[in-house]
Design a protein around this ligand. Sequence first.
Ligand code: NAD
Ligand code: TYD
Length: 351
Amino acid sequence: MILVTGGAGFIGANFVIDWLAATGEPVVNLDKLTYSGNLGNLAPVRDDRRHTFVRGDIGDRAAVASLLAAHRPRAVVNFAAETHVDRSIHGPDAFVKTNVAGTFELLEAIRAYWTALPQAERAAFRFLQVSTDEVYGTLAPDDPPFSETTPYAPNSPYSASKAAADHFVRACHHTYGLPTLTTNCSNNYGPRQFPEKLVPLMIANALAGKALPVYGDGQQVRDWLYVSDHCAAIRAVLERGRPGETYNVGGEAEMKNLDVVHTLCSVLARERPGPDYAALVTFVKDRPGHDRRYAIDARKIGRELGWRPTETFASGLAKTVRWYLDNTAWLAAIQTREYQSWISLQYAPAA
Ligand code: NAD
Ligand code: TYD
């Protein structure tokens, strides 16, 4: 079996669901259930005996150690993190606690477990760190995309905390020989994403007839990957990646934010005709330190592991919009008091 951390969040839950469908191998899922973790994300596997959910913190070394001893996983995939750049600007402490110290504690528990394994299991064991392209910093319009050798230059508290975690993962491989793998992926979108991130926030606001808040001039560029394609990339790296290596993962879909929002408005107009969604677009104060452009060179994972995205931005976005339209109860359950206070804190002054 494998241990997944953060598997009640957006990508982790999609990964658990896809993993059971694709491999059938049992999964233990350790998640703290912070504001972005949600057992509702795991509804499709609620009655699946191959899935065991455990509420807990990756920073609790003793709890992780007993989980490892009890289940003896052959691999650990670490999704658990604080993940929202804007929240990291308002309050970086939680990012240092979970992403830096938490990942370190997790690694220490795993290192002790791995060291005591019989030789064959030691050799076969894998730790996969799910990281982000944001650790590479920002690109000018004509710069080549990020490759695995681009130096780390994080600009936000979020990306700095992810970069620190990645460095501990790297050190754990080089110093102790732990068989680690790291993936650096671009912006994901798809079902079950918490509606603080660009795509689901815009869908939620549009459906409620609220303003669609575009930061600054909306000309910032991101690369977009449909979440199931990311999950497939992680499975490929876990099975065939070389220990100690990092793999960039991207969607071959560089887009300006304003174009993303307008494309979304056209998909919504098709799927839920009626209001003039594009009229809701509102320019608001820019994010401090806003990275201008991210882009991914994903040739290594293509060449070595044969992975490529299967969805285009148009096909992935259509699936995503349909999922949100079909799951309004999921969305309503998330729009709690905590969510409303975040929205007021972040958007009230400007929007
Ligand atoms: P998310 O915020 O939706 O989910 C994070 C999950 O981690 C939640 O279920 C939360 O409860 C859990 N968690 C938080 N702190 C924890 C702790 N201390 N112990 C145990 N569980 C904890 O985030 P996501 O978008 O699913 O991102 C998952 C991972 O993928 C993160 O590591 C993120 O950095 C990385 N990533 C995300 C994107 C993206 O576009 N969303 C892109 C590249 C990489
Ligand atoms: P986000 O989903 O927060 O991902 P990240 O910052 O990790 O790339 O934001 C994606 C882009 O969209 C980013 O350039 C910031 C921008 N953005 C807005 O313009 N308005 C918003 O309300 C949000 C949440 C993001």
